[in-house]
Design a protein around this ligand. Structure first.
Ligand code: PMP
Length: 363
């Protein structure tokens, strides 16, 4: 049996063991073709089947309406920080950004290299983010080209539990990287959704983009081909060489998600896992402190702090000794961060909660 730790990494992150095993079993001879899926042409039958199955599964799982394109692109969410404004922000126009954490900061900064991006709201206070923005505090011009927000701030542990309102006619653009596929989504409320795969959907190296056709049609056409959504949409994301192995693993993850009962079942499990950790935090307020306001607490990245850096180090070392890894907070904020993506077994979350209780008793 391979050694497997309790992997709380924030991304790249844990993948379902069944997916890794299938990838391993098929690695050298992909389904009797005499070559690995790594060696197949992206224009060949074997890979094309994987590619189209992946697109179809994403559509089915998320209930993507027919007037949306589903794209598989490279470049990570960072490339989407740039591509969204490149495509959707016309010369002389402006876009609105609601910033509730460090990734939102990145997104607006990158948009400003392209055009005018206005800060509609920020929940930053004293260098920290502890909540999402209320709709009534977001100052969005009805003439904005779009309104961008981050559904889950992976570093700060701040998550929207609703879809924010946008003025009529202003499309909503969402960086869904870290809570994509962790709960059902009403895609029809969005103009554009993008998500790097490396948290819930598969390995790093492929980014999923879901975009409404009318936005693609209206997007700027004076961009290099590879940066136009229209190019990828027109070619079913096979305009150029696809990240074939990454897409193949995403495909396996999507099958696994379906076997688990789809996004409703996934959300229920995600609530249980996060509930166990928050309960352990709240039951020992003298040892653990969650900096995020209750209604904005992330179910995917639970952040908390201990009273001193020494206790934090002791907590993390103890976790590591119990084969619970990846719990150190982002280097920019410190503390502890518990990433609870879909592939993390509920038993791993329960084990961590037990360890937290034992640690609190002995601290
Ligand atoms: N947005 C969010 C919400 C993220 O969590 C991350 C990565 N952790 C990014 C953007 C950046 O993704 P990438 O490194 O793939 O560009």
């Amino acid at each position: 049996m391979a050694k497997r730790v309790h992997n709380f990494n924030p991304g790249p992150a844990t993948l379902p063991l069944a997916v890794l095993e299938q990838a391993r079993d098929e690695l050298v001879d992909y389904r009797g073709t005499g070559m690995s899926i790594l060696e197949h042409s992206h224009r060949g039958k074997a890979y094309e089947a994987v590619h189209h199955e992946t697109l179809a599964r994403l559509r089915a799982l998320l209930g993507v309406p027919g007037d949306y394109a589903v794209l598989l692109v490279q470049g990570g969410a960072h490339q989407q920080f740039a591509m969204a404004p490149m495509n959707l922000l016309p010369p002389g126009g402006h876009a609105a950004y609601v910033v509730t954490g460090r990734w939102g900061e990145r997104a607006i900064a990158e948009a400003r290299t392209v055009g005018e991006a206005r800060l509609a709201a920020s929940t930053e206070a004293g260098g920290q983010y502890a909540r999402v923005a209320r709709d009534d505090e977001a100052d969005v011009d009805p003439g904005a080209a779009y309104l961008h927000y981050t559904s889950n701030e992976t570093i700060d542990g701040v998550q929207y539990q609703r879809v924010p309102a946008a003025p009529a006619g202003v499309p909503l653009v969402c960086d869904m990287s870290s809570d994509f596929l962790s709960r059902p989504v009403d895609v029809a409320r969005f103009g554009l959704i993008y998500a790097g795969a490396q948290k819930n959907a598969g390995p790093s190296g492929v980014t999923i983009v879901i975009v409404k056709n009318d936005l693609v049609a209206r997007a700027r056409q004076d961009l290099p081909q590879v940066f136009r959504y229209a190019t990828h949409a027109a070619h079913d994301s096979l305009y150029h060489t696809a990240p074939t192995f990454n897409v193949y693993v995403v495909c396996l993850v999507l099958r696994w998600l379906e076997q688990k009962g789809g996004l409703g079942a996934i959300e229920a499990e995600s609530r249980r896992k996060a509930g166990a950790i928050y309960e352990a935090i709240d039951d020992s307020p003298e040892v653990f402190r969650a900096p995020v306001e209750r209604e904005s607490r992330s179910r995917v990245n639970v952040v908390f702090r201990l009273p001193t850096p020494e206790l934090e180090a002791k907590f993390l070392a103890g976790a590591e000794a119990r084969e619970m890894v990846g719990l150190r907070g982002h280097r920019s904020v410190g503390g502890v961060r518990v990433s609870l993506y879909n592939a993390l077994a509920p038993e791993s979350a329960e084990l961590l909660a037990e360890y937290m209780r034992a640690f609190a008793r002995s601290a």
